[in-house]
Design a binder for this molecule. Sequence first.
Ligand code: IPM
Ligand code: MG
Length: 369
Amino acid sequence: MKLKIAVLAGDGIGPEVTAQAVRVLDAVADQHGHTFEFEEWPVGGVAIKQEGAPLPASTLDACLSSNAVLLGAVGAPEHDKLAAAARPEAGLLALRNALGAYANLRPVVSYEAISECSPLRPDIARDADILIVRELLGGLYFGQPRGLLSEAGTASAFNTMRYSVSEIERIAHVAFKAALARRQKVTSIDKANVLETSQLWRKVVTAVAKEYPSVTLEHLYIDACAMHLIMNPRRFDVMLTENLFGDILSDEAAVITGSLGMLASASIGGAVGLYEPVHGSAPDIAGRGLANPLGAIASAALLLRHSANLEQESKEVEAAIRAVLNAGYRTPDLDRGTGKLVLQTSEMGSRVVEAFSDIANERHAYHAV
Ligand code: IPM
Ligand code: MG
């Protein structure tokens, strides 16, 4: 298989973590006889500095002509004072929009080996395995009109939460299809006791559910859901929700794994898939080898699965992540002073590459018998 992958390392710890994900993908290509071509392009604060815009046209063109996009993170404190539309984050939102990536998948897995890293009691977090399906191109993030007003000397600001039936239908299908391959349960999260968008959401999701009779659908209000998520994460299989609710719930869900650094995401549905860790640019630790690359590496595994249909390779990368954690390796965000080996970002990448090679070799040996 030949793949062209656009690498948008971006800001803060983005370059450090994507470098490790690329190393792992290189190892996958070597082991399995694929050709992966990587091309680097600027996005976010780096792009504002180099080209005066958070998503330069050349970057977008390169993404649109690739098989997949691997992104690090965007956001830098020096741009905090800019208007929303000029900030690094605007580049990421424009990219998601231009790629048509309406479905954001965020798997949340509790690894036994790092269960003590979660602030949740091990008996609560243990075996949690959730897929958050976040609508990514609608709601308050993109709704028009929006803006800042100044009337009679008083400033005000407004955003619009808007969803159409077809936008809700297409994301609901993604969630139900995912549930079919999992534990057959979808929890749809809304605020239907207050918001019209949520009332429509609930109605459309209920209608779509009829096409998936084997999947159980439940509805929860976002506030109650936020509580259930940390009280009893095991009750969730697929969580389906709109853009902003999904943004908030996915950071909350990260406490189940022990660190936001563990979370990966796939943004799919359009012509080209976008893969990025959930953690953000973390400018306070950038450039010091302290970042956890496992979220970025797990995002590379999602790329293999969703943009290349390389399920075996994807599973081997995920197994490699599990193996390094089982071997006791950690990055500083997972250090709880328990005497585990705390590694630098690139060392953690090396451990994953080694574990992956072992796993892939074992498989070859098995097939040769
Ligand atoms: C995320 C991030 C982004 C979002 C930011 C960086 C625009 O928080 O991917 O969750 O809000 O979607
Ligand atoms: Mg977020």
